[in-house]
Design a binder for this molecule. Sequence first.
Ligand code: ZN
Length: 232
Amino acid sequence: MSVSIFDSFLSLFFPNRCIACNRPLKQHEKYLCDSCLYDLPKTHFVSPTDNIIVKSFMGRVPVRFAYSFLHYTKHSAVQKILFNIKYFGAADFAVFMGEIFGQHLKNISFSDNFDYLLPVPLHPKKKKIRGYNQAEEIARGLSNILKIPVLTNAVTRTVFTQTQTHLSADERWQNVKGIFKIIRPNHLKNKHIIIIDDVLTTGATIESLSQTLLSRLKVTISILTLATAKGI
Ligand SMILES: [Zn+2]
């Protein structure tokens, strides 16, 4: 992601510039200029029950709904957006992106008897260093629009994993297997949970979290991620 570091660094000190293209923002614009906002590479999946994300979890996790908002590619606006959300203290921007995603879901009538949004937990040490969990902030934005509560204290991450960017799919799975622990099972029992994350690549982390939930509880699982590297 090094290409975007300089731009991201600039946007930290010049917050009145578009995070994606670095042009000065007009007064009514926030974080992204109108043009970048309009040009966001939406996945346009037709169905939240039959798409490449749902298919990618087949045989791994029984998933009710799964949907990703944006296509992630290297050197793209989406890469800059994810990078800013993760590394530049841009928790408010993560909420903003969650709200845009939520509005999109509302427009496509994404609804069911959902109980909770469950952001993929960060290891407490990593959360302390970063100051926030980006998945949690995205979930807050989604919650503002979809009116589904965010659950943040029911599951924890017990292993501090290093970045997975350079690992193969199998190595990623070995890296995340069994890293989550349920601490408040009563909050989750018999609920329809939507797992929230920033970006979906191999899905190993979400699979690990789902298997931990399903091994102990009767839960229904759906998945929403802001972006995905699948289906390009
Ligand atoms: Zn722009």
